[in-house]
Design a binder for this molecule. Structure first.
Ligand code: NAD
Length: 425
């Protein structure tokens, strides 16, 4: 199988390249299991469209900076491309390609009619003023404008972006169209056509997946969460609300631990007011690395790719890992965890709540109609639970890990769509 990605030399193995290697490894395993031919494997390993753009940004002091931006549409065989937009200094084309590929399998697994996409801009949002951030966003959107649209490719928030970013994207696109186009992005503010339940949807999905995988009462179950951002903080909150004891969390500023259980709501307020969890007075400080080695029932990586590697996997004591982040576990770590009997609920299942409610938001936008939060939540529950039960059944029937089973289902559905559509010309 030939895959059109730059050759691998040791000096060039960036975190993004590692993420893409992981994604290709997972695809390879699923393709092998499904018996896909080489041509189809290559199709699935190769993004349909990749765009790299230069984004000039005028800084407050008058300087002109130019940053790189990317939009990758990995696959559109089952519907429009769908995927988040990341603002992070080290994002690159490899990382965005990996994230777009995972989106393809995630949408297929969840049974929603989308292909996979992802976007990225190599900036540190913390180093920009709000006006600079708005200028970067609008200019990036104008550079990728021909690619996006409600029928073509629909961005959403990811690391470093939020509902304000989505509002700017919707406005930039709508000004160009000459009328309001709410369906061009999801994760918008409610006032612009956002859906009730979208803000906490990814975390709600993580909670549903964690409780479902636990298979017992959440009362007293201990949890550690890496990453206290949009996904991690609310996942911690929802699990604490359900009766779990969240004993440790971390973010870029530090990690905190409280054996008796953190008051997650209070910690969220502290983090919002001070910019992070560091210095929270009602807990002890912990090192980032030690969080992974705690004797907890559930570990939730909810930061970035490559958090669990062959270096720390042997010391992980949690019996259950629920991946809030995309690609947090490398294939080498996966093997170690499987050998140790640790169950991993994979990203494309565990964090699918975000894209599921994004889909519901888009459906509401396309119909100019809105559902109650109860209706949204019920549909989210159905879709995640259906996907989980399909994955569990296949894993049990074929002796696969949950990740392998999830990929066999996701990749299988996309492969089938390709086969049914045929090749043009
Ligand atoms: P975010 O920017 O809101 O939060 C990221 C958090 O991770 C921050 O608290 C940051 O400080 C922390 N972090 C970064 N590096 C860290 C490290 N080395 N150690 C500890 N903490 C670290 O981003 P988010 O939207 O919460 O996304 C988190 C993950 O979830 C990403 O992998 C993203 O792709 C995935 N995801 C997000 C959504 C969504 O709806 N936002 C949906 C599906 C998957």
């Amino acid at each position: 199988m030939s895959i059109m990605v730059p050759s691998k030399t040791p000096a060039l193995i960036t975190p993004g390249r590692q993420a893409l290697d992981s994604a290709l490894h997972q695809l390879g395993q699923a393709a092998e299991h499904l018996g896909l031919d080489d041509g189809l494997r290559t199709m699935l390993a190769t993004p349909r469209r990749s765009l790299t753009v230069s984004v000039p940004v005028r800084r407050e002091d008058g300087r002109l900076d130019v940053v790189q931006g990317f939009r990758v549409q990995h696959n559109v065989s089952r519907g429009p491309a769908k995927g988040g937009l990341r603002f992070h200094p080290s994002t690159d084309l490899h990382e965005v390609t990996a994230l777009a590929m995972w989106m393809t399998w995630k949408c297929a697994l969840a049974g929603i009619p989308y292909g996979g996409a992802k976007g990225g801009v190599a900036v540190d949002p913390a180093g920009l003023t709000t006006r600079e951030l708005e200028r970067v966003t609008r200019r990036y959107v104008s550079e990728i404008l021909p690619l996006i649209g409600p029928e073509k490719d629909i961005p959403a928030p990811d690391v470093g972006t939020d509902e304000q970013t989505m509002a700017w994207i919707m406005d930039t696109y709508s000004v160009s169209a000459g009328y309001s186009v709410p369906g061009v992005v999801t994760g918008k503010p409610i006032t612009l056509g956002g859906s009730l339940g979208r803000a906490g949807a990814t975390s709600r999905g993580v909670q549903i997946a964690a409780l479902s995988a636990l298979g017992r009462s959440p009362e007293g179950v201990t949890v550690a969460v890496q990453g206290f951002g949009k996904v991690g903080a609310l996942a911690a909150q929802y699990l604490a609300d359900a009766g779990c004891k969240v004993v440790a969390v971390s973010d870029l500023t530090g990690a905190v631990y409280c054996a008796g259980g953190l008051d997650v709501s209070r910690l969220r307020t502290w983090a919002a007011e001070t910019g992070g969890v560091r210095g929270y007075r009602h807990a002890d400080a912990l090192s980032h690395g030690d969080l992974f080695e705690l004797d907890v029932d559930v570990l939730i990586p909810a930061a970035l790719e490559g958090a669990i590697t062959e270096a720390n996997a042997p010391r992980i004591r949690a019996r259950l890992i629920v991946e809030g982040a995309n690609g947090p576990t490398t294939p080498e770590a996966d093997e170690i965890l499987a050998a140790n009997g640790t169950v991993v609920v994979p990203d494309i299942l565990a964090n699918a709540g975000g894209v599921i409610v994004s889909y519901l938001e888009w459906v509401q936008n396309m119909q100019a109609y809105s559902w109650s939060s109860g209706e949204v939540e019920a549909k989210l529950h159905d879709l995640i639970e259906n996907a989980f039960s399909e994955v569990k059944s296949l894993a049990a029937a074929r002796g696969l890990t949950l990740r392998q089973a999830a990929h066999v289902i996701g990749v299988g559905r996309v492969a089938e769509a390709h086969q049914m559509r045929g090749l043009y010309p």
